[in-house]
Design a binder for this molecule. Sequence first.
Ligand SMILES: Cc1ncc(COP(=O)(O)O)c(C=O)c1O
Length: 402
Amino acid sequence: MVNDRLWWEREDLCYREGRLHFGGHDLASFVTEEGTPKFVYRAARVRDNLERLRAALASQGVEHDAFYAIKANRHEPLVAYLKLLGRCGIDACSPGEIRHARQAGFEESEISYTGTSVSESDLDCLERHPGVHINCDSLSMIRRLGRRCPGRRIGIRVNTGLGAGYNDKLRYAGHKATKFGIYRDRFEEAIATAREADLRVETLHFHVGSGYLGDALDALEQVLERIGALLDTHPEIRRLNIGGGIGVRLVESDVAIDLDRWAALIARHMSRRGVRVQVEPGDYLIKDAGVLLVCVNTVEDKGGTRFVGVDAGFNIQNLAAHYQTPFIVAPLRRVGGAALERVTIAGNINEALDLLAEDVELPALAEGDLLALLNVGGYGAASSSNHCMRGEFREYLLLDEG
Ligand SMILES: Cc1ncc(COP(=O)(O)O)c(C=O)c1O
């Protein structure tokens, strides 16, 4: 049994008698029936994450609406759970996501659409759903939407030139031009284009990137200042959508975001302007509410590195391989006092980048051991592929608790 808690343990995700429990369940019990790889999500954690965020905004008096960014995880039972919970709408970025949200029971009025490189067939879908709110990401989209839907109320996605996220690859604005949103130098042109196209701009939208933490609040403040200046020149715009992107601690040294400070910043810049705020969290709601169970099949030293091979690969959870954001690896059984060794966890895809965790310290592992990868609820199943025809996995939503 391990006496000292690991830094990431929390009440609903911790070792009890040396066995990893999630929401009161021994995670090993989920493996026996169907095997691995298997994602397990905990609905109550998603709810708590959403409520924490909303409570922070409410405590600062920020009038707001929340939209879950369904791109992070579209598992049908999860989306249905959120509909029944009734505390958020859906942020969609494609016709498929609009249909998926509608099938789970979300009304058009509960859906906000913000897409990029929007095609004519995407616009066909938006035209068929007049109650869906649309944030336009380009002048081209404004022009083409206006031809189809004169009189519609829209939002404009703005790129303020400042981004934030876990690392450079996950910042959606910065020194290098990105494809997202309309830059400030063309903002007035976008407003004029909307006016000519008989579209009414009622929302501004921005999204700084994915995974910003406590140390990014200064950058967020600068973004809000720039957005505030745009709002001052257009007092008819009454809503600001601040996108998603809030991150969770991935390593012990990460600085957690202080949601009270975050909300106070938003209040300081928006409440005095009387602007209603919208948020689109994806990963923040689901990331730490999901684990991926895998089984060790190979333990072998190669070239001085101990590789631990498992039965899932970067095709099922690609964040570490594509964005170098680390997963936490937790053996489902952990015996107290066991010596630690440095290992690299390798997936089962024939690509050199298929390493799920590099040079991590774990108790000695053996073939047949079960592991959980933590902080994998978002952008795992939703962005998985059938690379090497190893696209099979199972998903399970834990609902049976308070
Ligand atoms: C416009 C927009 N909103 C919200 C999100 C959700 O971001 P996250 O899952 O990091 O919260 C994204 C992610 O790409 C996005 O592009």
